[in-house]
Write a protein that binds this ligand. Structure first.
Ligand SMILES: Cc1cc2nc3c(=O)[nH]c(=O)nc-3n(C[C@H](O)[C@H](O)[C@H](O)COP(=O)(O)O)c2cc1C
Length: 233
């Protein structure tokens, strides 16, 4: 499979066209070494909420987005759009709208149980990362695609596909040395308006990207151990 230089068109209704796939097999000892290294490196990933304003190499971010766009997707419909925002005015507009929604959420919309779940994270309605981080990746789900005649065609497994792509994005950013945060102000309708996105797109998350501030702190969280998350049969 290659990246297309021109506009990608849906493969909807096209015939099956198999091509050979023969990747070189990785020897077991090398697989083990790579897996152990990856596990250790991924274990160091943390969600960062306090960013340094320093710029980041945008090609790193673009490459991470390109990695995310290799994700598997339901019926290979690739139902995602990544909007990379650097413009300080737009970031300010996003922050203003997000803080408005978050204020309503923290003032009661979330409910006591949700607020209890958030307490250990130390979050509140103030979201400086939206203006401090040098770049924001706003991820949109494409709920459907429009045919040339304007017909709406459903996308399948959109939540799952975009979730997997975002997981790959976070992995790529972390392994490239970038810090990130998945921010989901709710509701997120304002993002489509602020970023002038089409009607078939629904915001999925805002992902600030950058370097941690020198005085960055993160909550002291414990991850489940492998035996708590793995069932072998
Ligand atoms: C779907 C999703 C939504 C999230 N939304 C928010 C959010 O709105 N604000 C926030 O500060 N963190 C958010 N987070 C980050 C989580 O709080 C964080 O991943 C979790 O506390 C574990 O911390 P770690 O990423 O450092 O391991 C979100 C994470 C996910 C996966």
């Amino acid at each position: 499979m290659t990246e297309t230089a021109e506009r990608w068109t849906p493969t909807h209704g096209e015939p099956y066209r198999p091509v050979p796939y023969r990747p070189a097999r990785t020897p077991a000892d090398e697989s083990l070494a790579r897996a152990a290294e990856l596990r250790a490196r991924m274990g160091l990933r943390r969600t960062v909420r306090q960013f340094a304003p320093d710029p980041v190499p945008l090609d790193v971010v673009r490459d991470a987005i390109a990695c995310a766009a290799t994700a598997p997707s339901g019926a290979h419909q690739q139902p995602w759009t990544f909007v990379l925002v650097q413009d300080p005015e737009i970031r300010r507009a996003i922050r203003e709208a997000a803080e408005h929604e978050e204020r309503v959420s923290y003032d009661g919309r979330l409910g006591e149980e949700w607020l209890e779940a958030l307490r250990p994270l130390g979050t509140d309605e103030i979201k400086p990362h939206l203006t401090d981080a040098p770049a924001l990746i706003v991820v949109f789900q494409q709920r459907y695609w429009l045919g040339d005649d304007g017909t709406k065609h459903k996308h399948y497994y959109v939540d799952e596909s975009v979730g997997i792509a975002v997981g790959m994005l976070l992995t790529a950013l972390h392994l490239s040395g970038m810090a990130a945060l998945v921010h989901t102000p709710s509701p997120m309708r304002f993002l489509r308006e602020v970023l002038d996105r089409p009607e078939n797109e629904k915001a999925f998350a805002v992902i600030p990207v950058g370097h941690p501030a020198p005085d960055c702190q993160v909550p002291d969280l414990v991850r489940k151990s492998l035996d708590q998350v793995l069932v072998e049969i």
